[in-house]
Ligand binder design. Structure first.
Ligand code: FEC
Length: 314
């Protein structure tokens, strides 16, 4: 019997397609509030420093395409097929427009997946709320959708992160005593702690599983890319951590920005330019783990996450 196509709503952060779209993008991130001219120039300067634009859009498209190919190559004998739809949080194609397109295409069953492994009500939760609101607004029969909330302990994910940390450690010549692995994720405002948000614990769980797998004890957590707002953000900030490790005699660092799955501004600028400049100034060596992008082992992670969610959630 031929079954209907399962939709996958693959959600990602989004990035401006041109430098002249940075203001609209930044305004969207700030929920409609325009950035000041200084803030705008600062952000444009960061995009210019990584080559003019972020590769995020292109990488996300390749991830979606490869995920669709892999899901369909594993299609059951019963004829189940998959179609992956990309929906962005802050740039076109927006999640809301993608939901409409899925509805127009006649998709009735969907798995929703965010390209971020750790759950916070403020990050993954807000993608899910956006998709749910968009589905609720559509007329006609409701789309059946089940969301993956987090996949930070998935065995294939832990294996893929561990492989990249091991490769980075190999590039360093430091003795274990003078080497530290820094696992980082995007910081969020401290008020998430009042909600018992699972985000910080989930980052710790990922790091612990990778450290156990590699049998390393020289690792630490750090937060990166905190926003420029008036409220306090979760710390310690990665730059602060690097300075304090230097004072403790650590001179070799592996940076593993495990909260992200692609090369983009927060990796290419915040780690590769900002953290590296500080390490150079302090005479420390920094090796960053390779980003997943559309590598085969990462597409295997996403495929398994979608298939498990489909099996258990619909
Ligand atoms: O390469 C690119 O063009 C986009 C890179 C990019 C990623 C990303 C991921 C996350 N963010 C998260 C939270 C926040 C909060 C605010 C915030 C602000 C920005 C700004 C830029 C930006 N973020 Fe982002 N984020 C990326 C880029 N982010 C640019 C604005 C300027 C700046 O602060 O640098 C603060 C909003 C506000 O002002 O109210 C909060 C989280 C993630 C990881 C999860 C995910 O991918 O969704 C959490 C990639």
């Amino acid at each position: 019997m031929v079954q209907s196509t399962i939709g996958v709503l693959l959600m990602a952060y989004g990035t401006p397609a041109h430098l002249d779209e940075v203001e609209a993008y930044y305004t969207h991130i700030r929920r409609g509030k325009k950035p000041s001219p200084e803030q705008l120039q600062d952000l444009i300067g960061r995009y210019k420093a990584i080559g003019g634009l972020s590769p995020l859009q292109e990488i996300t498209r390749r991830q979606a395409q490869r995920l669709e190919e892999q899901l369909n190559s594993r299609a059951d004998a019963d004829g189940q097929t998959y179609k992956v739809y990309l929906g962005m949080k802050h740039s076109p194609p927006f999640i809301e427009d993608t939901v409409k397109k899925m509805k127009d295409d006649g998709i009735t069953k969907t798995v929703g997946l965010v390209l971020a492994p750790h759950y916070s009500k403020m990050s993954v939760g807000s993608y899910i709320r956006t998709a749910q609101d968009a589905i609720a607004k559509e007329q006609g029969p409701q789309m059946e959708i089940t969301f993956v909330e987090h996949w930070h302990t998935h065995p294939l994910f832990i294996k893929a992160v561990s492989k990249r940390v091991a490769q980075a450690l190999q590039k360093l010549n430091g003795s274990p005593d003078s080497t530290m692995v820094l696992f980082s994720a995007h910081s969020l405002p401290e008020r998430i702690l009042d909600w018992q948000d699972p985000y910080p614990d989930q980052l710790g769980e990922t790091a612990q599983l990778v450290a156990d797998r590699l049998n390393i004890s020289n690792w630490q957590l750090a937060w990166q890319s905190a926003g420029q707002t008036s409220e306090p953000w979760i710390g310690p900030d990665i730059l602060e951590v690097i300075r304090s490790l230097h004072q403790k005699g650590i001179d070799h660092l592996v940076s593993c920005p495990v909260g992200f799955v692609s090369d983009h501004l927060e990796v290419l600028y915040d780690i590769d330019i900002e953290c590296r400049a500080l390490c150079d100034e302090l005479g420390m060596t920094l090796v960053r783990t390779e980003s997943f992008n559309d590598s085969s082992d990462f597409i295997d992670v996403l495929t398994d996450v979608v298939l498990k969610q489909k099996a258990g959630g619909m």
